[in-house]
Design a protein around this ligand. Structure first.
Ligand SMILES: [Zn+2]
Length: 259
């Protein structure tokens, strides 16, 4: 009896210890101040489970008719206008370079990308930090710029949602990586964080203001605003990253979306 009790207490202590160290290790995970905000840890913690009350007829889903449609989200834009469901995740105004805020850089890149895509007949929505409810598009790109306390930190990175029912987001990641590297000559930063794969706008199971599950989505960190070389391109030459994003999207749409 006593041995059983000791065993139970020991087991409980081990579990508490493991949970505690897991919590602390996540707590102390370094998050650059330019990292995307509002990581939805709860959504990330729930195991794969594709259907929700919000999408009961999901299996019957068909692509709406019409031309290619793309959503470009401007990271941190109007982040003071978040609805309650997103507000509770905490807000972030993103990184900056002197007087220039990240959202301004993201917005100019998005606008240039939109111009290029419209020339190809693609319908483009420019979206703020708050995504419209159940937002659907053939492709969704969240545009961000990174920040680091070390000015030497450099590179761009692209990530897909941890949960992707379209099974196409990885393909879009690969195409965008190829085009971005080719057009911008920036190195690829391998440090994909949970802040990226668990990005709040991907979290359609928990938020109304998120992408529709059949939206192929990626998040792009266009480079480091805190790195002088990369800031020069991001601030003075937004048409270069825009060209890379537009080329990647046209390539992806032509290869993977049947109108
Ligand atoms: Zn950002």
């Amino acid at each position: 009896m006593l041995n059983k009790k000791v065993a139970v207490i020991t087991a409980v202590l081990i579990i508490v210890g493991l949970a505690g160290s897991y919590y602390l290790s996540n707590k102390s995970e370094p998050i650059g101040y330019g990292a995307p905000p509002y990581l939805d840890e709860l959504d990330e913690a729930i195991p794969e489970y594709p259907f929700t009350d919000r999408y009961p007829d999901f299996s019957k889903w068909q692509r709406p008719e019409g031309p290619y449609k793309v959503g470009l989200q401007v990271g941190h834009w109007k982040s003071d206008e978040l609805p309650d469901e997103l507000e509770r995740l905490g807000t972030s105004s993103g990184t900056r370079n002197g007087s220039i805020a990240e959202w301004e850089v993201n917005l100019r890149i998005a606008e240039e990308t939109k111009t290029l895509l419209e020339k190809e007949g693609v319908v483009v929505d420019i979206l703020p930090a708050t995504v419209p409810k159940s937002y659907w598009a053939d492709a969704f790109v969240a545009i961000h710029a990174d920040g680091s306390e070390d000015y030497r930190t450099s590179g761009f990175k692209v990530a897909a949602p941890g949960r992707d029912l379209t099974h196409r987001s990885d393909e879009l990641v690969q195409i965008l990586e190829e085009e971005y590297e080719k057009v911008t000559n920036l190195p690829k930063d391998p440090n994909i964080s949970r802040n990226m794969t668990g990005y709040y706008a991907f979290s359609w199971r928990r938020h109304e203001h998120a992408i529709h599950p059949m939206t192929t989505a990626v998040i792009l960190e266009t480079g480091f605003l805190t790195n002088p070389h990369e800031a020069k391109m991001l601030i003075n030459d937004p048409s270069t990253p825009a060209k890379a994003i537009a080329q990647a999207l046209v390539r992806y749409l032509n290869a993977h979306v049947v109108l």
